[in-house]
Design a protein around this ligand. Structure first.
Ligand code: GCO
Ligand code: MG
Length: 408
């Protein structure tokens, strides 16, 4: 069996999804995702210029050897661009493998460990009352877990994860158009003064059963994060996410010594080498990598297995920019993983998105039910794809009030 060709598509309804299709001489094809939010053309170029020419003629069933060829064979290893590009190939090869076996992908991992996988949504508010409405909205839809972010009184611009419009209680969509980033102003002291009591009020209003998550988005210094984490302990958060910049791993050692708040980190990691020490030293509780940015199913499954040995559970990244293909690959891992924790789930679910990626993965009552169709269980409509093209975007840039550049 041989790979006969591969195509890359960049574009989508409101998002630039990077979609890979690998064709074989037996008519079976596989789909993969290489979406690197706001840098989408880079993994697409890596695929087109280097990986695809080296893929033609290989046996698609040898997904491990192909992964090793591209990883070890590259000399300059890792990084989000390369890992997203391998990730897409790897995902597509697993799709082909499962279609050949006539089985849903989770069967190749070891079958189902659960029927549905719990997900969380993004509740947002320009102020606390607005956020409370947003939480109620998701609770009414059946969600058992929500991430909560709200505006901070006195903060000059809306902060991370917060809707700028009052009354906009639904998803906060990171949809910034244009290559020049917009700038936001951040004040850690205001945040640290306001957010712990806001979280306490949310717990008081919604009672003990709601799973409350909060994302600091890398904004605090290690000592500040430790103080914040200690202060929010009585709220019993499901997790505190990215309290400090993810590249300083010693910060989490310090945090652990001061607080028992569950810590989630890893959405910016792209390799097991970025997180093996955090996992082995049991400094985190949830690992947040995603399949498309961390080298595909082959590599992420290795991370999940290592995490399982150290009581670290999964909480895969699934922001609004994630393709339905990435979310499908994660749905299969979530169905199987003995150490599944939770899944972030914000797939657009618009008619346009469903037309581009037809699938029968099901989301109901705050749970995702994985498809039983052979392979990933998601298709890609190439004629729909012709409606879209690449549109440049950029993440905002954050500064302190005196102009000092800070972490987004
Ligand atoms: C999350 C993330 C996102 C990121 C985004 C960047 O927890 O979902 O922090 O909202 O900001 O994915 O591309
Ligand atoms: Mg996050």
């Amino acid at each position: 069996m041989k790979i006969t060709g591969a195509k890359v598509f960049v574009g989508g309804p409101g998002k630039n999804y990077v979609t890979l299709k690998i064709m074989t001489d037996q008519g079976v094809y596989g789909l993969g995702d290489a979406t690197l939010n706001n840098r989408e053309t880079l993994p697409a170029a890596y695929l087109q210029d280097y990986l695809i020419p080296n893929l033609i003629g290989r046996d698609p069933r040898n997904s491990e050897d192909i992964w090793q060829f591209f990883y070890r064979g590259a000399y300059f290893r890792r990084g989000p661009i390369a890992m997203a590009a391998f990730g897409a190939i790897d995902m597509a090869l697993w799709d082909i493998k499962a279609k050949l076996a006539d089985m849903p992908l989770f069967q190749l991992f070891g079958g189902k460990s659960r029927e549905g996988a719990m997900v969380y949504a993004h509740a947002t508010g320009s102020d606390l009352e607005d956020l409370m409405d947003s939480i109620s909205y998701y609770q009414e839809q059946g969600y058992k877990a929500v991430r909560v972010q709200c505006g901070i009184p006195g903060m000059p611009t809306a902060c991370y994860g917060v809707s700028e419009t009052k009354g906009d209680v639904k998803n906060y969509i990171t949809d910034f158009r244009g290559i020049i980033p917009k700038e936001e102003v951040w004040d850690s002291a205001l945040y640290m003064r306001y957010m712990p009591q806001a979280l306490a009020r949310i717990r008081e209003r919604f009672g003990p059963d709601l799973h409350i998550l909060h994302d600091v988005h890398h904004r605090l210094l290690p000592r500040e994060a430790a103080e914040f984490a200690k202060e929010v302990e009585p709220v019993r958060l499901f997790w505190l996410e990215d309290p400090t910049p993810a590249d300083d791993q010693d910060a989490l050692k310090f945090l652990r010594q001061h607080s028992t708040v569950p810590i989630a980190i890893g959405e910016v990691f792209n390799s097991i080498w970025d997180c093996h020490e955090l996992i082995q030293n049991e400094l985190i509780d949830y690992i947040r990598v995603c399949v498309s940015l961390a080298g595909g199913i082959t590599h992420v499954k290795r991370i999940v297995d290592l995490a399982a040995m150290h009581h670290v559970r999964t909480g895969f990244h699934g922001a609004p920019s994630h393709s339905p293909l990435c979310m499908a690959a994660q749905a299969h891992l979530n169905a199987w993983a003995p150490n599944f924790g939770i899944q972030e789930y914000l797939v657009l679910g618009t008619p346009e998105c469903d037309a581009l990626f037809p699938s029968d993965h099901r989301m109901e009552g705050g749970m995702v039910y994985v498809s039983d169709a052979p392979g990933l269980g998601v298709d890609f409509d190439e004629s729909e794809a012709e409606r879209y093209s690449y549109k440049p975007g950029s993440h905002p840039v954050v500064r302190l009030e005196d102009g000092t550049l800070w972490n987004y």
